[in-house]
Design a protein around this ligand. Structure first.
Ligand SMILES: Nc1ncnc2c1ncn2[C@@H]1O[C@H](COP(=O)(O)OP(=O)(O)OP(=O)(O)O)[C@@H](O)[C@H]1O
Ligand SMILES: [Mg+2]
Length: 331
């Protein structure tokens, strides 16, 4: 439904050119919640602004339902933008307007003959903030402001939501309310969401696909379950670790061979480690383990130490690989 192809955006800073977005491509299907995660300055906001041409890319294309939006004229672009809602990093709420007026605002820009107040109040109810309809943004908490921004995005029933999540982390309860909202919007209205987030927790609980961005590039992207099961890059591993905290392991303090084993539901419930010990002359010492529930899947990893003869350890690792256990180094 949304396809970004080789998107590049350069900025000129102090006479130097640098690529804030560097040759980025990805595909998002209808109903996907696609999370883009990365550190500050990675280029996330810039990338998402390119998707609806709030900024023009230097290179690349964006296709929405097969239509190359770079080829569109002003009027056609405005038409397509009506199908897309944008939630800004700082929410961009109007401080002089009440919550209700903020949510009604996009409806004032359409010619649709609807009872704007009624529709806006329904959406405020949907995000659980009807009691705040008369309040002003400065009277709200960060999480509440974010919900107003989501309500304002949903009020036009967009097909696509582009959300640039606020930098400051919310408390767990507000985070849960907001992640639930995105999922409900997908289930109730089949919205497709591209969300930028700094919190892997949010990506884990919401998205079905994740892209990890670093220095303008997507360095890794995968189904959420897969990314959690087996993060490849150091950055992805550190994000996964943050969402599923674990101790830092000093591999050199172990005598044996320390490996990270990743497994899915398939292998969580099979005694593959036991079989390995029985079959080969090795000992396995569990250093750390974690199982995460993502969507309806369980993914997990274990960090284990193998001791024994090198040849036996080698065979044991081979055996595990043959039984769908992914083996990687502990970084
Ligand atoms: N208009 C601009 N002119 C020059 N440089 C810019 C401009 N906008 C962004 N940048 C630079 O591009 C890089 C990427 O910025 P961007 O805002 O996309 O990062 P981000 O990943 O959204 O970061 P954050 O997580 O802090 O929101 C940064 O180094 C930033 O300073
Ligand atoms: Mg940003």
């Amino acid at each position: 439904m949304i396809e970004a192809k080789n998107l590049t955006k350069e900025y000129h800073v102090d006479g130097q050119r640098f690529k804030a977005v560097d040759n980025v491509s990805f595909e998002v299907d209808k109903g996907d919640i696609f999370a883009i995660i990365g550190l500050s300055g990675a280029g996330k906001s810039t990338l998402v602004r390119l998707l609806n041409r709030l900024e023009e890319p230097d290179e690349g294309n964006v296709f929405i339902d097969g239509v190359d939006i770079m080829s569109l004229r002003e009027k056609e672009l405005l038409e397509i933008r009506k199908r897309i809602a944008f939630i800004f990093q700082n929410f961009n709420l109007f401080n002089q307007y009440s919550v209700l007026e903020n949510v009604m605002y996009p409806l004032n820009l359409t010619n649709k003959k609807v009872d704007k107040k009624k529709v806006a109040r329904e959406v405020l109810d949907y995000v659980g903030l009807i009691s705040k309809e008369k309040a002003f943004p400065k009277e709200l908490s960060g999480g509440q402001r974010q919900r107003v921004a989501i309500a304002r995005a949903l009020v036009t029933r967009p097909e696509i939501i582009l959300s640039d999540e606020a930098t400051s982390a919310l408390d767990p309860e507000s985070t849960r309310i907001i992640t639930d909202l995105y999922k409900r919007a997908r289930d109730d209205f089949e919205t497709t969401t591209i969300m930028i987030t700094h919190q892997m927790e949010v990506a884990k609980d919401t998205s079905n696909k994740i892209a990890v961005m670093e220095k303008g590039r997507i360095i890794e992207s995968n189904d959420t379950v897969e990314l959690f099961r087996s993060p490849k890059s150091k950055l992805a591993q550190s994000f996964v670790k943050k969402a599923a905290p674990s101790n830092i392991i000093d591999v050199s303090s172990f005598k044996g061979v320390v490996k990270r084993l990743s497994y899915t539901k398939l292998t969580v419930n099979t005694p593959v480690l036991n079989d390995t010990i029985k079959k080969f002359d090795v000992n396995i010492n569990l250093i750390e383990g974690n199982i995460n529930n993502i969507s309806n899947d369980q993914v997990g990893y274990m960090i284990v130490e193998f001791t024994g003869e090198d040849a036996e350890i080698f065979k044991a690792l081979q055996f595990l690989k043959e039984h769908n256990v992914e083996i990687s180094e502990v970084l």
